[in-house]
Design a protein around this ligand. Structure first.
Ligand code: ZN
Length: 84
């Protein structure tokens, strides 16, 4: 199944292909691994996940920090707008 997601790192929209297992994990856990990526300037590859935001739908991101959280680009945007 092809789905449109926002890439939290590049902030661009892209289309990814989700298999059955990934769709199940997304439903049960709220996130599912979609593979590893390496962007210019990165030392190595990082695991990327498709993640569901309750408010904004699907986005892809890699785990951040010690708690390995994901951050929805649209939530970030909304926070920045509130602060300015
Ligand atoms: Zn969000």
């Amino acid at each position: 199944m092809k789905v449109k997601v926002i890439n939290s790192y590049t902030e661009q929209e892209e289309t990814i292909n989700l298999g059955l297992i990934q769709r199940l994990k997304l439903k049960l856990l709220g996130h599912a691994k979609i593979g590893e990526r390496r962007y210019p300037g990165w030392r190595g590859r990082l695991p990327f996940y498709v993640v569901r935001c309750e408010e904004h739908g699907l986005f892809i991101d890699y785990p951040h920090g010690y708690s390995r959280f994901f951050s929805c680009p649209k939530c970030k945007e909304a926070e920045e707008n509130e602060m300015s």
